[in-house]
Design a protein around this ligand. Structure first.
Ligand code: MCN
Ligand code: MOS
Length: 777
């Protein structure tokens, strides 16, 4: 495969391993089933503007809500002057703590709920962070609401704020569940022949999907419909029902298209609560869109992390101990842990590891998920440390990794479900030309440019949640696949059609997929890189059941041409059921349904264990603590990343010249989509390495660069040639369909690979992201 990337650069994809055939595969239409790469179902709709995003939905009589945010970090609101706003043209209401609309406390994610934070806007005068949602102005037009919001004056009684986790008075809290104790790290460290110890910092980073956070809430006849971009409609429904104090059956979430989320649309943010209560109060639909600056504090991005990592090894390169401590900031009200030791004890064969993670409550919005929370900063410190250890030992960084190969999961004491990481090292190194690398920093250059080659490894676990699916076959051979799961730009629409096509041999253009609606068969979160595995499993099971149903009809319907045929002689093909060796003995779906007197054939199946009640199922899919992992094995995706950077010697500017990623994500459901996910992660990692950094005003905690002109993300011009290599093998111990995590894998380790390459180019170690020019000159 060879296509043009966004930047106009050539992107190569190398197929290293042939995909195994589906166990149940008969002749699948070419380029249609799992493992093929048919065009994206939603592709044309999206590029032609026909995919309707939440706030674009046309609702009659809609009102516009504009959020007002605080301008101080800590204290109380002493006065809020809203009269001018309320009198302004078109304004229906100004809601604040002064005339609060009741919002109930939701259960937050760590408590087994679905809300990202338990903070409740406009319930009282308390300020806990700058940019906090403190009022909602509702008017007939967006312009009127925006103008009226600008007329509101707020006075505060400020109290000293904790702006940074290092501030005096900030109190770190241990996260016991993240403590790792293996062997005796202290003793092993003392005995180690070579030791390194360093500090690592990653700054605040912000999810900035193209579609900002914008919703429409419509309260009607005691029911609430919310058009909300959502990675998880079951979770959104639960969080909103809790806020509103109503039953989940009264709430419907509609979210067929999501313009990116990267974790930030896992749960509805608090402006959604404001839209919902305002709609109930005013009995009209209310649309609320955060402005781009408001998205920097209307919900949390990646917390800044601080880590100290000490590593000990023998002279010949056997790593004997790691002592690793990290912390991240969280809000005053809620605990969000960006577990800095998520990969520390997993990646290599290390017997002695001690590690702690802490959170430090400060005056900030509760941080949230951002692509590979935990694994990402964890891999940064570990993989830069590996490079530093390689230099301390004068050993090739790749050779050091292979020397410390873990043949099983040392942390959990379990076998790997599959681990094609050596293949990734090898194929990646080969494609990159790693063997031609000189060890010495500053030893490669072209004119004024220093050339640096660096590498790192990444990993992401396999998570599991059950799901339901419904398939409806029409007499004309059209099939509809239904699931509440989301497609946030990942390809869910496409892979579910592929799954059904694989079993039922129906061509793609006759398959319609309906997603992202809480009325559809329930599904879990598009988060933790698991939805693809969870939903393909549910659709596969349903499709098999539907095929069996068709066989039964063919065998048992009196006038069927296949009446009485042994079941094992039947196949589905060409829009119908036929006999294996005698394709002329055939009945079309249309004939069959008509003979059986069925207007259509609908079938549902699910992957829940046992006979969970409807209530238990809802609960399972609206709480994140019900996510499981495969039991007897340790299942993860793996990567080896190689990069070349060019550093301008005089200016210290870093450009990434090329990136090679070799990935083990198990079986790929759609190699084109998987590659697009991997390179998306790599590009986001590039931005993290070189550009992304939320900057706070130390006086008041304001996010200074709260816009896309000042908060820099990687754009096409930053993105070089990217090669991806698939080294995965189907892993049926990990998931039913054999695939492992894809969505977040590409970002994990990327910043370390770039930092390592920058060291090779310049001889300077940058352990604090992003790697900007002032850190290199
Ligand atoms: N896939 C595949 N083979 C597999 C697994 C996945 O071909 N074995 C492909 C499929 O096209 C699938 C996609 O990869 O739709 C992602 O699958 P998966 O890894 O299961 O991830 P989820 O569907 O759960 O998606 C969420 C994941 C996360 S957690 C973040 S964060 C992230 C990511 O996806 N946010 C994204 N990728 C994103 N991509 C876009 N465009 N926008 C985001 O907001
Ligand atoms: Mo992804 S950060 O798990 O939504």
């Amino acid at each position: 495969v060879s296509v043009m990337a966004a930047g106009g650069h050539h992107v190569k994809s190398v197929r290293a391993v042939q995909q195994h055939q589906l166990p149940l595969s008969e002749q699948t239409p070419p380029q249609q089933g799992l493992g093929a790469a048919p065009q994206r179902k939603d592709g044309t709709l999206k590029v032609s503007g026909h995919a309707t995003y939440a706030a674009e939905h046309q609702v009659e009589n809609v009102l516009y809500g504009v959020v007002v945010q605080s301008t101080v970090s800590s204290g109380r609101i002493t006065a809020m002057e809203t009269q001018a706003a309320r009198r302004a043209e078109g304004v229906l209401a100004v809601y604040s703590h002064l005339n609060s609309l009741k919002i109930n406390k939701p259960r937050s994610i760590p408590e087994g709920g679905a809300a990202q934070t338990t903070y409740l806007p406009i319930q009282n005068d308390r300020i806990i962070h700058n940019g906090q949602n403190i009022a909602l102005v509702v008017a007939e037009t967006f312009e009127q609401a925006t103008h009226a919001a600008s007329l509101i004056k707020v006075a505060y009684a400020e109290t000293p704020a904790l702006i940074f986790p290092e501030d005096k008075g900030a109190k770190p809290q241990d996260q016991d569940s993240l403590t790792i104790t293996m062997g005796n790290a202290q003793q092993a460290m003392e005995q180690a022949e070579v030791r390194i110890k360093n500090k690592f910092i990653t700054p605040r980073e912000y999810n900035q999907p193209m579609e900002p956070h914008a919703c429409i809430a419509h309260w009607q006849d005691d029911k609430l419909t919310v058009w909300e971009p959502s990675q998880w409609v079951a979770g959104a429904r639960t969080a909103i029902a809790e806020w509103m104090g109503i039953d989940i059956s009264k709430v419907e979430i509609i979210s067929p298209y999501v313009g990116g989320g990267f974790g930030s649309k896992a749960s509805p943010a608090t402006h959604v609560a404001l839209a919902c209560v305002a709609s109930r109060e005013l009995k009209r639909p209310v649309k609320v869109a955060l402005t781009r600056p408001q998205t920097f504090t209307g919900f949390g991005g990646r917390a800044s992390t601080h880590q100290s990592l000490e590593m000990g090894a023998t002279r010949d390169g056997k790593i004997t101990a790691i002592i690793h401590d990290g912390y991240n900031e969280t809000s005053l009200d809620d605990v969000f842990a960006e577990g800095t030791n998520r990969v520390t004890a997993r990646m290599y064969a290390i017997e002695n590891v001690t590690s702690h993670h802490r959170v430090v409550p400060i005056n900030t919005v509760t941080p949230g998920w951002m692509r590979a929370p935990g694994e990402n900063p964890s891999a940064f410190s570990l993989e830069v440390s590996m490079d530093e250890m390689a230099y301390a030992l004068n050993m090739d960084p790749l050779a050091l990794r292979i020397k410390n190969w873990a043949d099983h999961d040392y942390q959990q004491g379990k076998p790997w479900s599959s681990r094609q990481l050596k293949e990734a090292y090898q194929k990646g190194a080969e494609a990159f030309g790693w063997s031609k690398r000189s060890m010495e920093p500053r030893s490669m250059r072209e004119g004024r440019e220093l050339i640096g080659w660096g590498m790192a490894s990444g990993t992401y676990p396999v998570n599991l949640q059950p799901a339901e699916a419904t398939l409806v076959l029409q007499p004309d051979g059209h099939l509809t696949v239904k699931s509440a799961g989301a497609d946030i730009g990942t390809g869910t629409y496409t892979i579910l059609a592929q799954t059904a096509a694989d079993v039922l041999k129906i061509p793609q253009d006759r398959i319609q997929v309906e997603l992202g609606d809480s009325r559809l068969p329930t599904a879990g979160v598009a988060g933790g890189s698991q939805l693809a595995g969870n939903l393909t499993a549910a659709v596969f099971k349903t499709a098999l059941a539907l095929r069996e149903r068709l066989f039964t009809l063919a065998i048992e319907t009196p006038d069927s041409p296949l009446f009485g045929t042994p079941r094992d002689k039947l196949v589905v093909m060409d829009n119908g059921v036929a006999m294996t060796m005698r394709p002329n003995r055939k009945v079309t779906f249309e004939q069959l349904l008509s003979l059986a007197g069925l207007p259509s054939l609908a079938l549902s199946a699910d992957t829940f264990k046992g006979n969970a009640s409807a209530e238990e199922r809802d609960k399972m899919l609206s709480a994140l603590n019900t996510i499981t992992r495969p039991e007897d094995v340790s299942a993860h995706s793996w990567s080896a990343l190689f990069v070349e950077v060019r550093v301008d010697e005089d200016f210290g500017t870093v450009r990434v010249k090329r990136m090679v990623g070799a990935f083990d994500s198990g079986r790929l459901y759609n190699p084109a989509l998987a590659r697009s996910q991997w390179i998306g992660g790599m590009v986001m990692g590039l931005g993290q390495a070189l550009l992304e950094e939320g900057t706070l005003d130390p006086r008041n905690g304001r996010v200074i660069n709260n816009n896309l002109a000042d908060y820099l993300v990687a754009v096409s011009a930053d993105v070089p040639e990217i090669t991806t290599i698939d080294v995965g093998q189907p892993d049926y111990k990990a998931t039913t369909m054999g695939g492992k995590a894809v969505g977040e894998l590409g970002i994990v380790g990327m910043a370390a690979a770039i930092s390592n390459a920058v060291f090779h180019a310049t001889g300077k170690r940058v352990r604090e992201l992003p790697i900007t020019m002032e850190k290199l000159i």
